[in-house]
Design a protein around this ligand. Structure first.
Ligand code: B12
Length: 1024
């Protein structure tokens, strides 16, 4: 396990492992393997070595096969060394695997939360091979408890909900398990596409976004032997624990990443030291690393041992392309980013144009070499303003402008700056002021990342106005005497700190307490609170003072006036204040009024609000099971069940994490649970609550109800109301009314839509098309078409050849000419041969059932009546598109109309043949027949649709047919309606529980003859 810094566990290095895996992969490739699975990975470096080994072997043999990389997680959802699955996803997608997944170690139950997270974030197709549960020791025998049906049910759900492309079984699964899995997922169709790759960094433990919002990405500068005396001493003393302490302090202080430099003039072992420090830090510190060295060999070694995606510091053109020639291939190999300095053969770029010129050269070369623009963080250089040198007078302005130019002219690239260089040489008092003013202007210009020590920065508002103006004069080169004036100011004034901390006077104790939160002061906090308590209650202090202060912190952070470390410090003061106030709150703990499972959702670390809710509820007689922060969906739902809770409380403060809330609602609904869910947090509002109250993509309210609470006290009121049966039902009715009204307004365009899938509901929407023409059907009811009316040769004439060649048979070439030549020379012949073979051998046996039925449309609903009794057989509730013209399938029908349905199949012989051939290793034959069979089912649907048009006397192109599960009609569950009306089981097509058709090569559709019928998609929106 190379990622482990334990000498016994991590004896073999990545390079050696790559060679071992390459050696194994070469004969396997030569022997004809179709795919490599690197599985049961416990260690990221080992996994990466397997992928690299496989890739090397493929280059050597000249044959490319897919690589599936599967990690294994313990029941807590982490890899053995503590890696989170999303951190693994960042590394795996960067190093060229084709599919990523989970296998072994646990059963599928424990994989639900990790898979949900991977489905949302991992930019790769997914796979999953669980064990048949976690083994139990039954009288000395290990027994895997999960039955085949249970495994199949889980995996079918994962395929549907978590876009799995590959499924299978691991320890304890048997052929019987897998048979049922295959049956359960048959016909589920292609998995959804993975999400786009977002630029990410990662450590051996956690991922981190490269683009921070609000900017900047803070790169802590203290783990640096060149800039920190303490670090130098620790390195000389080989004090790795001390180094870890420095690193931890930086992260706790708000650093998103850490710059690591270990070069010492006193020692010649930079490479060994760097790898040792990198191994220890990446296994124990959450922040990704920035490898800072002038030596390419040191960088190469550090990247080799880094079980994550880091940043290289740095490349430049000082000696032409020499360094870049060495570093760019490493970036490509490891997916790392780099700081790129604006230095070339002529020296350090001073003017904005020169900065852009150097950056552009590096940028163009990077793109040519196949790097992504975001792998480059341009440092357009900072010069000290302390020399008074005429040449550098404008240098800060040029840097600020240079940042803007790079952002504008080099799309996708980022910018970074070592901010404190600007004040190098000035007094200790002056530096934080100048650094802070300079940083503020750089951020305004678009700076993405800053290498800083948060202690060297002051929030804009905390810099006394006179000092700020003097510093701005110098940074913006507004006066020739700016430097002298700034120095003189501080010489006269004494230490800057004192200037900042000048005794401030406040009119009221509340104003003083507010100030203490905003300005992060703990000294005198308790006294200030005691003062406030003289005139108001503890709850009053929280509501009237503390919450407002935190809001101000947030607003200033959002406006870019504060950087993250300051917010952290304010949060600490706030937590202390709330903890102190708790003793003064009235308690009502004689009996429990009910129990609540409370959590901050997955991906979110904000817990002050949630803790406050806990305090208020528990002080008012509720038993609160606090699950903490970053809690995944399944853990929340499982705990609610285990604790037999009366309600769930969820807190989310980020827009991105608030999306976890509807997931909890879906999961509760899926399990048939009906507990009320209370939601709160700064990122959401009442409207979001109303939207979340609906089960995703439907018009159905979640039965337990979802209640938005503005604050902890509304949470308490809501809990109290929910305890009383009658009040509870009134509250639920209110929610139903408000949520419905909101939804109607969104659909009617009166409110901007966002949030969930906002399809469907009301009949308030106007019809988007003209009234349908009158038609009369050739017969009423359904018919099975006799086989003699279904000649395969005629059906083949309806084949969509482009779909067949390109999509099914994968014929993809660059030019049209090449495509046509390839078809003419090879594939057209192959198709004819295979078609004839199908006819000869009966591999495709077309069957059709169709019929005409009376129907009535109202709003979004289409009610289909029995042809004889005229009683409703089924009502389809079609979704309505949100955008204009707000189309809905029901609009194509009138209140008294006719509708046709058809279901077609080419039988299951083709599927059987394919399975038979695959078992015999004849994959190519199976592949081609499978593709032809799928397309023939489509061709049959088209063939019969043409017949329906002819029977109705309609022109050849009039009308369309729509299938459930497709963009205009996404709900596959509506297949149940088609089956109730047409009974396609009479021609051998049945539905699985997931409403998929068996045999696979079948289609069903509603036929619409309205002349304005067109294809469209009912959009799914995300975000609160
Ligand atoms: C403190 C803080 C932090 C601290 C959190 C410390 C901690 N342990 O909680 C730290 C510094 C760690 C932090 C980190 C980040 N933060 Co922050 N943070 C804040 C800040 C300033 C205050 C939050 C707070 O504590 N408020 C006080 C509490 C009491 O209020 P509350 O949580 O809203 O709770 C009340 C009600 O909402 C309600 N309530 C809340 N939950 C629930 C639940 C139930 C069941 C009920 C009934 C009621 C209820 O009751 C509570 C009190 O009555 C907010 C700004 C803001 N306006 O909220 C930004 C803010 C939330 N953060 C923000 C951001 C961007 C981040 C970072 C991404 C920054 C970064 N680039 O790294 C990271 C995110 C890390 C992560 N993955 O979660 C943004 C979010 C933007 C967005 N729309 O998504 C905000 C809005 C700041 C801003 N204006 O940009 N942050």
């Amino acid at each position: 396990m190379p990622s482990s810094s334990d000498p016994d566990l991590g004896r073999v290095g990545p390079a050696e492992l790559v060679e071992i895996f390459r050696e194994q992969a070469v004969p396997l490739l030569r022997g004809g393997v179709d795919c490599f699975i690197a599985e049961t990975a416990q260690d990221l470096l080992e996994l990466r070595s397997q992928i690299f080994g496989a890739r090397k072997a493929m280059e050597e043999v000249g044959r490319r096969v897919p690589v599936i990389a599967q990690i294994t997680l313990d029941p807590s959802g982490r890899m053995l060394l503590g890696t989170e699955p999303l951190s693994a996803a960042v590394l795996i997608s960067a190093c060229g695997a084709d599919v990523m997944g989970l296998n072994c170690s646990t059963g599928p139950r424990e994989m639900v939360d990790p898979l949900r997270a991977l489905a949302e974030h991992a930019p790769l197709p997914l796979s999953c091979q669980p064990n048949a549960g976690i083994p139990e020791n039954r009288e000395g025998v290990a027994v895997y408890p999960l039955q085949p049906g249970e495994l199949a049910e889980y995996l079918a759900r994962f395929v549907r909900d978590f876009r799995l492309s590959v499924v299978g079984g691991c320890c304890g699964t048997t052929p019987v398990h897998l048979k049922q899995v295959v049956e359960a997922i048959r016909g589920t169709g292609a998995a959804h596409k993975p999400p786009r790759r977002v630029p990410m960094l990662s450590s051996g433990l956690k991922p981190a976004a490269l683009h921070q919002e609000p900017r900047p990405l803070i790169i802590g500068e203290r783990v640096n032997s060149q800039g920190s005396k303490k670090m130098k001493e620790l390195l000389l003393a080989n004090d790795i624990t001390g180094i870890l302490g420095v690193a931890r302090e930086q992260v706790e202080g708000g650093a998103h990443a850490l710059d690591v430099c270990v070069a010492l003039t006193e020692r010649a072992d930079e490479q060994e030291t760097m790898t040792r420090v990198v191994r220890v830090l990446s296994g124990q510190i959450e922040a990704p690393l920035c490898i800072d060295s002038t030596e390419p060999e040191v960088i190469a070694a550090a990247l080799e041992w880094l079980p994550g995606i880091g940043i290289v510091n740095s490349v430049h053109l000082e000696r032409g392309w020499e360094k870049i020639d060495k570093i760019f291939p490493l970036l490509k190999q490891y997916g790392a980013c780099t700081v790129a300095m604006a230095i070339d053969e002529k020296g350090m770029a001073l003017t904005r144009d020169r900065k852009l010129e150097v950056a552009r050269r590096i940028y163009e070369r990077a793109l040519k070499d196949g790097l992504q623009p975001w792998q480059l963080l341009f440092d357009v250089l900072t010069f000290t303003l302390a020399t008074g040198d005429e040449q550098y007078k404008n240098s800060a302005v040029e840097t600020i402008e240079g940042i803007g130019l790079v952002k504008e002219k080099l799309p996708g690239a980022l910018t970074v700056l070592g901010v404190s260089n600007v004040s190098f040489g000035l007094s200790r008092q002056t530096r934080p002021i100048l650094n802070s003013v300079f940083l503020t202007h750089c951020l305004k210009a678009g700076l993405d990342a800053a290498i800083i020590n948060p202690r060297d920065i002051l929030p804009w508002n905390e810099i006394p106005a006179d000092a700020r103006a003097l510093a701005e004069d110098l940074v913006l080169a507004r006066r020739d005497d700016a430097l002298t004036r700034l120095i003189a100011h501080f010489e006269a004034k004494g230490p800057a700190k004192a200037a900042v901390e000048e005794e401030q006077h406040f009119d009221t104790p509340e104003a003083r307490l507010h100030h203490m939160i905003v300005d992060r002061q703990q000294k005198g906090l308790i006294e200030a609170i005691d003062e406030c308590l003289k005139t108001r209650s503890a709850v009053g202090v929280i509501n009237d003072v503390l919450l407002g202060a935190m809001k101000e912190v947030g607003d200033r952070f959002g406006a870019g006036e504060l950087i993250l470390p300051f917010v952290l410090q304010s949060a600490e003061v706030m937590k202390k204040a709330v903890a102190y106030l708790e003793q003064f709150m009235e308690k009502n703990d004689s009996y429990s009024r009910g129990s609540v499972v409370l959590a901050t959702v997955f991906g979110d670390v904000h817990d002050i609000g949630k803790n406050l809710v806990k305090t208020i509820l528990s002080n008012n007689g509720y038993t609160v099971h606090d699950l903490g922060k970053q809690v995944p969906v399944d853990r929340i739902v499982n705990s609610a069940v285990e604790k037999k809770a009366d309600a769930i409380g969820l807190s989310a403060l980020l827009v991105s994490t608030s999306r976890q809330m509807p997931l909890v609602v879906q999961e509760m609904d899926r399990r048939g649970l009906k507990l009320p869910i209370l939601i709160g947090g700064a990122a959401i509002n009442r409207k979001y609550g109303w939207r979340t109250a609906y089960v995703d993509g439907t018009d159905r309210l979640y039965e337990g109800g979802v209640y938005y609470c503005r604050d902890a006290f509304e949470g308490l009121d809501t809990m109290n109301t929910l305890q009383d049966e009658q009040e509870r039902s009134k509250l639920h009715d209110k929610l139903r009314r408000e949520a419905h009204l909101h939804r109607s307004m969104v659909i009617a365009g009166a409110e901007r839509a966002s949030g969930q899938q906002l399809a469907a509901v009301t009949d308030v929407a106007p019809r988007s098309v003209s009234p349908p023409p009158k038609v009369s059907p050739p017969f009423w009811g359904s018919r099975i078409v006799p086989p003699e009316d279904l000649a395969l040769r005629d059906i083949f004439d309806c084949l969509d050849l482009i779909e067949l060649y390109k999509l099914q048979w994968g014929v993809k070439v660059k030019s049209r000419e090449m495509y046509q030549k390839l078809i003419a020379d090879e594939f057209a012949g192959k198709r004819h041969e295979l078609q004839e073979e199908c006819i000869r051998n009966g591999w495709l046996t077309p069957k059709v059932i169709y019929g005409y039925f009376p129907c009535s449309a109202k709003g979004n609903d289409l009610t289909v009546l029995d042809a004889e009794t005229r009683k409703p057989t089924w009502t389809f509730k079609f979704p309505r598109k949100i955008e204009e013209p707000r189309k809905c399938l029901a609009d194509y029908f009138s209140e008294d109309d006719v509708v046709a349905f058809q279901a077609v199949t080419v039988g299951d012989r083709a599927t059987q043949m394919c399975a038979q051939w695959e078992a015999a290793g004849e994959f190519t034959k199976s592949y081609f027949l499978h593709g032809l069979a799928v397309e023939t089912a489509e061709a049959l649907a088209e063939y019969w649709h043409r017949r329906v048009r002819a029977e109705m006397g309609l022109p050849p192109e009039q009308g369309k047919r729509y299938s459930a599960g497709y963009p205009a009609w996404p709900d596959l569950a509506d297949q149940a309606g088609v089956w109730a009306i047409l009974h396609p089981e009479r021609i051998g097509i049945t539905l699985t529980e997931a409403h998929q058709m068996v045999p696979e090569q079948s289609t069903s559709a509603v036929i619409v003859w309205h002349p304005e019928a067109s294809y469209y998609s009912v959009r799914t929106l995300t975000g609160p």
